[in-house]
Design a binder for this molecule. Sequence first.
Ligand code: NI
Length: 137
Amino acid sequence: MTRTKLIRFGVSIPEDLLKAFDRIVKRKRYTNRSEALRDIIRDQMVHAAAEEDRNIVGTLTMIYDHHVPEVTRKMLELQHKLGAGVLSTLHIHLDHDHCLEVVVLRGRVGLIQPVADQLLSLRGVKHGRFVITAPVD
Ligand code: NI
């Protein structure tokens, strides 16, 4: 991580809102308000990157029943559509029926999100989630 100068600034905030914030700081085990605020800003930056269709990385986690006809083939076909946008996949045979697959994706949200949605909506996929992130300072 790049070391940059820390700036202190004052924030005016309603008392109730600050109390609510402090509860979050405590619950999420931040060491102080500053650390929590930095994380919130970074999270907003990732959201902004996604909204502006900039490059992001994402992890798609899915649990599916590999006995459902065609699910494995369709899953591969969709991933091949993204080509080099698929950085890595992890596949674990959880039990007799279920597979866990984690796909790491990189590229513009506009390209990646629709494929992630298609994968999650495949028949046989029982649960899943697509988490978008991006390197932010
Ligand atoms: Ni499997």
